[in-house]
Design a protein around this ligand. Structure first.
Ligand SMILES: Cc1ncc(COP(=O)(O)O)c(C=O)c1O
Length: 373
């Protein structure tokens, strides 16, 4: 969904003198803050970088634990693991794929420092309940919002009920900057600490240096900045977000209604009451008769021109790196495993329309009928 506006914006950067540290990064942060209603927004080179930056800035390290959903992208766990702290995995709720809030509290130990939640496929976690638990135990709450741009809880954008929210602008997300991310927070002090550490811990930005080349380093930090090229893309994409998300919602509604009458699959809950989804995709769960035949079913669907994906291919603790490090017991995270092993994700992206959704549903129905027999 890259249009002439994005192309022109990129060329404008290339024709000018500033590739990094320029006005576009400032504007992109301001525009994203305005879109989400966030008091503070800090651009970063990816969602993974943003999450790592947050944990690093909080000083997490060996001996610390962070609660992490078992059903998520590996980035959520890696960001913790990279600091030397331990991700403690918690299973998903069967009906939404979001972290199981009852199991979450039971996983807290004296070593727990923080909780990470993921708004799975864009449906908000009830972060208010997470924050209640966190406050009792003095824990920090990070919302991994990689799939939840546009998703709201009681009219508050995801990322603003916990202590911070971290977004991804990777190409398959709701908007893209090719690579990129954003941390939003209500906490100005946290935002300032993140800004310092995302750029080497240097105490002055280029604009603030009265004599070029003079600065001091006051903290350990990374280079997790976005370039002006990436931010130029972001500025144009943010403008299009409302129409992108409207189209996703329309597509989701058509497909969801059709899927309800298709035999052999169920779907995860989408918008429920106060929770407004960002409609990342529609994931169908194959029933027990079909679950073992997912690869064949996917191949047949793809052969009819309908693209599919899986969110996510394995519960993170079952991935080789984590299994080798922390062990894995079959049956440990049954809901996360069922979603990984038995689901097929169908696109509702804004490049598609209602006719495409009906075609997707027709193909799904036809293929499943062949397998149900
Ligand atoms: C839930 C979740 N968190 C984090 C990420 C990582 O985002 P990024 O590629 O911007 O680092 C993804 C990835 O795509 C994701 O799905």
């Amino acid at each position: 969904m890259i249009g002439p506006e994005e192309r022109a914006a990129i060329l404008e950067v290339l024709e000018g003198p500033i590739l990094v540290h320029g006005p576009r990064a400032v504007k992109f942060e301001a525009d994203f803050a305005a879109y989400t209603g966030a008091p503070h927004a800090v651009s970063v080179s990816s969602c993974t970088a943003g999450m790592h930056l947050v944990w690093f800035t909080l000083g997490l390290g060996p001996g610390d634990e962070v609660i992490v959903p078992a059903q998520t992208h590996t980035a959520t766990a890696h960001a913790v693991e990279l600091t030397g702290a331990k991700p403690v995995f918690v299973d998903a709720e069967a009906s939404t794929g979001n972290i199981d809030l009852a199991a979450l509290e039971a996983a807290i130990t004296p070593r727990t420092r923080a909780i990470a939640v993921v708004h799975f496929l864009g449906l908000p976690v009830d972060v208010r309940r997470v924050v209640e638990v966190a406050r009792k135990h003095k824990l920090f709450v990070l919302e991994d919002c990689a799939l939840s741009i546009g998703a709201k809880l009681d009219d508050v954008h995801t990322g603003l009920i916990g202590d911070c929210g971290v977004f991804s602008f990777y190409p398959v997300k709701h908007m893209t900057t090719a690579e990129g991310g954003m941390v939003i927070t209500r906490d100005g002090d946290l935002a300032a600490r993140l800004k310092l550490r995302k750029a080497f811990g240097v105490d002055r930005t280029h604009g603030e240096r009265k004599i070029p080349g003079t600065y001091d380093v006051v903290a350990l930090g990374f280079n997790y900045r976005m370039s002006e090229l990436h931010c130029a893309l972001g500025i144009e994409q943010v403008k299009k977000l409302p129409s992108f998300i409207d189209q996703r919602e329309r597509n989701y509604r058509v497909l969801s209604t059709r899927v309800r009458s298709i035999e052999g699959v169920t779907q995860l809950d989408s918008t429920a009451g106060r929770f407004l989804s960002s409609y990342y995709c529609l994931s169908v769960i194959l029933d027990d008769r079909l679950a073992g035949r997912r690869a064949e079913i996917v191949a047949r669907i793809n052969a009819e021109g309908v693209g599919t994906s899986v969110y996510y291919p394995q519960p993170v603790p079952r991935m080789t790196y984590y299994r080798n490090k922390y062990g894995w017991k079959d049956g440990s995270f049954p809901n996360a495993a069922r979603i990984s092993d038995c689901s097929i994700a169908l696109s509702v992206g804004p490049h598609l329309n209602e006719d495409d959704m009906n075609y997707t549903a027709d193909v799904l129905q036809r293929v499943l009928e062949e397998f149900v027999g």
